[in-house]
Design a protein around this ligand. Structure first.
Ligand code: BDP
Length: 662
């Protein structure tokens, strides 16, 4: 068990007959094959896959019976088959259920570069691109892509942006487009559409034009031509993802144009072919006093100005995929624009592929957050899936954690995040516990599992997963702290001190924690940056007052004295110490749970996970020691006696962090 099979470990299948109506398309062939490979129901049963015109079926949804799937599209039939097999394997009943996806488009965003490296990836090189030989497609490449597409389809993912948002212009060159076509051809039988991230200045860098001004006729023409070229190779190409005027990337603002001007120009180019433009709202500049406010300020005035085949792609929080952020105030505030959430599946700020973090609880928290924008119950989920505002298109994106590692994701448990993303994009009301339950059964269970596997493995390990994200929040950035990680270690480990000379202030932790002798935290109240006012009432008032602001967001919105009295009765300092300590204790507990699970899991995966938990334990202690000792310089208060005393010295931790790395 090297983890390569993911949640799709081969099962001994019973014979089954498949009766499919509709033309014998690629997708139906896949569905038929999956049933024949995985059928766990009555031997010899006959399963009917039927296309219908049922109006209650939405997008690629389906109606499921014990031996039947009805859908409006062939992709729907395929998803129905996967659901049927999943239920058989996890022992869930089937009773003529109607299952519709929450979002029309459920996409992975790969931050993969043409040279094979993966930005913020921790699972090896890219599965799509390779240095030197990038343009030769081998049978090994194809096998990988097929396995990848199958895993996606099995959880309902129907799109993949196959290159980095920090896009290289050559991705649009004829050579690279040949490779794009090769990839698209392999993903197609699984219903996964191919998309590309594009660099806004491609007309200049690749096309040799003098400008990339979106209103310049030559630029418009260049994009139209390029788009046609792509669709000739990939007739079902999904469209473009764009990171523009952000973190040094070029964009319409370089030419005095707005994000809407830029997005609409591309939208017009793909429209005749049925394509989409996903335009990211992740924009901020160093000149502003509060990074958290900028995307809202930039995009709200543009509400209603985007073409209807543009979707504005918004990260879950206002800053950047931190272990905990309040939801981005753009959700619900954009009322006349299609908006899609972007989550990060890869664990850039949550321990890379070393620490165990099950992210479904984080996404569930965001999707369930009530924006109040159209009255109570206007959750982020409902503000993005078309329930609150009539969106022309709905979608959800996740930054993929997939690489060439044998087990795909580096950490065996990080596979659960790929799985969870797909499941939540399909059903944004799903509960983390159910997702964890399914994933564990599929990934570690099976017919050969011990009789007491459920009580001895499933229950405790599921709890471990459900607690894992909060443990990381506790030992790294509790109580609303954010962005205090080390930058020398690629955002792994603590770095509240990190501030090299001349570094952009908004890329240094001090900008975010603002610790001084008077207290700690970012004042985003009405007396500070006033970011609170970007939230709809009653949230603005609630967040503005430290006595009503939820503890989880306290230091996100407030700069408070070290002896501030918390709801628990503790001083802020003692509460901070308690959280860091709790995080460490939680990881120790995870180690014990895993050790006890040994008899119920294969030796190979047991050892790898055990080893990683040990490293995580060390990381948790580093975080706790570093942050408490660092902040103590300002609080000048003692670490409470019931907190495990530091075992590292601050100067040693800092010296180690500053040590140049390969
Ligand atoms: C940040 C990453 C950076 C990405 C950026 C983005 O550190 O590598 O390019 O997000 O989402 O979190 O564009």
């Amino acid at each position: 068990e090297d983890g390569h099979q993911l949640w799709l470990r081969p099962q001994r299948a019973a014979p089954v007959k498949v009766v499919a109506t509709g033309k014998n398309s690629l997708l139906l062939a896949t569905a038929r094959q999956e049933l024949q490979q995985g059928w766990q129901g009555k031997p010899g049963a006959s399963v009917a896959l039927t296309l219908t015109k049922d109006k209650t079926i939405k997008y690629d949804g389906f109606r499921l019976g014990p031996t039947s799937v009805q859908a409006a599209t062939e992709a729907g039939l395929l998803y129905g088959v996967y659901e049927l097999l999943r239920r058989q394997q996890t022992g869930q009943p089937v009773q003529n259920d109607l299952l519709n996806p929450s979002y029309e488009h459920r996409l992975l965003n790969h931050w993969d570069n043409p040279d094979g490296s993966v930005e913020r990836g921790y699972a090896g090189q890219s599965i799509f691109w390779r240095k030197d030989s990038a343009l030769v497609t081998t049978s090994q490449d194809k096998t990988r892509w097929q396995e990848y597409a199958r895993a996606n389809a099995s959880v309902g993912i129907n799109g993949a942006v196959i290159n980095n948002v920090n896009a290289a212009p050559q991705i649009l060159s004829a050579e690279y487009l040949t490779r794009v076509k090769a990839i698209a051809d392999v993903l197609r039988p699984y219903g996964v559409k191919t998309y590309l991230a594009v660099k806004f200045s491609s007309p200049v860098l690749l096309g040799g034009l003098k400008t990339a001004d979106p209103l310049d006729p030559a630029v418009v023409k260049w994009w139209q031509g390029k788009t046609k070229e792509i669709y000739r190779l990939v007739p079902d190409f999904g469209g473009f993802l764009v990171k523009a005027s952000s973190e040094g990337q070029p964009g319409p603002q370089d030419y005095g144009r707005t994000h809407a001007d830029g997005a609409n120009m591309l939208a017009d180019a793909v429209r005749p072919h049925g394509g989409l433009v996903m335009w990211r709202a992740f924009v901020y500049s160093p000149n502003d006093k509060d990074r958290a406010k900028q995307a809202y300020n930039e995009f709200v005035p543009l509400d209603g100005k985007f073409r209807d085949n543009v979707i504005v792609q918004v990260k879950n929080g206002p800053i950047d995929f931190q272990p905990r952020e309040p939801f981005s105030p753009l959700f619900g505030a954009l009322k006349k624009t299609s908006v899609m959430p972007e989550f990060q599946i890869t664990q850039e700020y949550l321990g890379h592929s070393i620490d165990l973090a099950f992210l479904a609880p984080m996404w569930e928290e965001c999707l369930g957050s009530d924006t109040h924008q159209a009255g109570p119950g206007s959750t982020v989920a409902r503000c993005t899936d078309g329930s609150v505002y009539p969106q022309k298109h709905t979608a959800m994106a996740g930054v993929a954690n997939v690489g060439l590692d044998t087990n795909w994701t580096g950490h065996d448990f990080a596979q659960a995040n790929w799985y969870a993303f797909g499941r939540l994009a399909w059903n944004n009301q799903l509960k983390s516990a159910q997702i964890a339950d399914e994933w564990l059964k599929l990934t570690f269970g099976g017919p050969t599992a011990a009789a007491d596997w459920n009580t001895q493995f499933l229950t405790p390990v599921k709890q471990l997963m459900l607690d894992s994200r909060e443990a990381i929040v506790n030992y790294s950035m509790p109580l609303g702290l954010h962005h205090i990680m080390s930058a020398t270690r690629e955002h792994y480990g603590p770095g509240p001190w990190w501030a090299p000379p001349k570094m952009r202030a908004d890329w240094t932790p001090r900008y975010y924690h603002q610790a001084d002798s008077a207290g700690v935290g970012f004042n985003r109240t009405k007396t500070g940056s006033d970011a609170v006012s970007q939230y709809h009432e009653p949230l603005a008032t609630q967040f503005n007052d430290p006595t009503t602001c939820p503890d989880e967001y306290l230091l996100w919105f407030h700069h408070l004295p070290w002896d501030f009295k918390m709801k628990s009765g503790n001083t802020l300092w003692n509460e901070l110490c308690a959280h860091y300590d709790k995080g460490v204790q939680q990881v120790r507990q995870f180690q014990k749970v895993w050790d006890k699970a040994q008899p119920y899991v294969d030796a190979e995966r047991f050892a790898v996970v055990q080893h990683k938990l040990r490293s995580q334990s060390g990381n948790a202690v580093q975080w706790k020691d570093a942050c408490l000792l660092y902040f103590q310089q300002f609080s000048r208060m003692p670490i409470p006696a019931d907190v495990e005393p530091p075992m590292n010295n601050l100067d040693a931790i800092i010296a180690n962090d500053m040590r140049p790395r390969r």
